[in-house]
Design a protein around this ligand. Structure first.
Ligand code: DAH
Length: 336
């Protein structure tokens, strides 16, 4: 009888199959009601007492090894089923490519347009001091126009703040460079404003500055006309008198958008004209502040908000869309 069990042990150890039918046969042979294990357990009663211990250990070993084998076969059976399901020849999942943010795209387009006529990009810090953001731009302390731009202060006395406009880069550049100067400075600006569909605390501007001998208002107008033609395909502009402390005279620039569709009526409030930026001739007081001789040099400056231009170009109605990072919006700019 003991020899018989040894044979079974061998048989179980050697059994191997991935065929479901064969595995089931193996289970029936050893583990079913009328299987070998139950048969041997039945015979246990007839084993003489002195052999019971050795016999008992052997049957237990057999029982364990049958259970282990069935487990093992079940696993390999599962693996087989899995492998049947996976089609390894299928192509992989496509990699999703990101897209550039519409603000970056339009900023790049605007910079390219001005680069093509000789402007270089200049950079400046987002954390500024009072001098570069206000005082040197002809906005001394207590000047009422400071209220036009609600400021986030970081430190008081001396004031350190988040720049409220990119005009601060004009001052930095003029302090460190001699005319002729022809720069464009795109960047983030900050204002302490209530967030609504048309305004936000962080937004983007592009500043332009040209300083040389004999720069005139006509040069400014021609440059801006070239710009609107390139960007919007619209060459009709007008300049309305306005006020900025750092330019004299100052103007607001409108582009003639037309009245061809209902949207045109809505965004231009029925006038056909759209305001796109502020500009003017650099105030001699500003030139003096950066040690440029206003009797020898003159120049123009302009500044525009990028968000507004993106909204015009892509007919977007709410500035908050730029900051929500909703993929459904961003994906639409993939192809640009
Ligand atoms: N700094 C102005 C603003 O943030 C925009 C501006 C207007 C810039 C006229 C200029 C300019 O350079 O000449 O509202």
């Amino acid at each position: 009888m003991l020899d018989k069990i040894d044979e079974y042990l061998n048989d179980v150890a050697q059994f191997s199959s991935t065929n479901k039918e064969e595995i089931e046969q193996f289970r029936i042979k050893y583990n079913s009601k009328k299987g070998i294990l139950n048969e041997i357990f039945d015979q246990f009663k007839t084993v003489p007492n002195e052999q019971k211990k050795e016999f008992g250990q052997k049957i237990n070993t057999l029982k364990q090894i049958v259970a282990a084998k069935l487990d093992e076969l079940k696993d390999s059976d599962n693996a087989g089923v899995q492998a049947d399901k996976e089609d390894l020849t299928r192509p992989g999942f496509p990699l999703e490519l990101g897209s550039r943010h519409p603000i970056s795209l339009v900023r790049n387009r605007i910079t390219e347009i001005f680069k093509s006529i000789g402007f270089a990009v200049a950079d400046g810090p987002e954390i500024e001091d009072d001098w570069h953001n206000f005082t040197a731009l002809n906005l001394p302390e207590y000047h009422p126009a400071r209220d036009m731009q609600d400021t986030f202060f970081i430190e008081k006395n001396p004031d350190i703040l988040l720049r409220t406009h990119t005009s601060s880069v004009q001052i930095r550049h003029m302090e460190n460079n001699e005319p002729p100067i022809r720069i464009l400075s795109p960047g983030r600006v900050f204002r302490n404003e209530a967030i609504s569909s048309r305004s936000h605390c962080i937004f983007h501007q592009i500043e332009g500055l040209y300083i040389d001998e004999n720069v005139s208002f006509a040069d400014l107008k021609q440059t801006l006309q070239f710009f609107t033609t390139e960007l919007f395909g619209k060459s009709k502009i007008r300049m309305r008198p306005s006020y900025f402390p750092f330019t004299e005279p100052s103007a607001e620039v409108d582009v003639y958008w037309g009245l061809n569709s209902e949207t045109d009526y809505r965004i231009t409030k029925g006038t056909g004209w759209l305001e796109i930026m502020g500009c003017g001739m650099v105030d001699p007081a500003v030139l003096k502040n950066v040690n440029i001789d206003p009797d020898k040099y003159s120049g123009y400056a302009f500044g525009m908000g990028i968000e507004r231009i993106v909204m015009l170009l892509h007919q977007m109605g709410d500035i908050r869309m730029f900051f929500e990072n909703d993929k459904r919006m961003l994906e639409q700019f993939n192809a640009l």
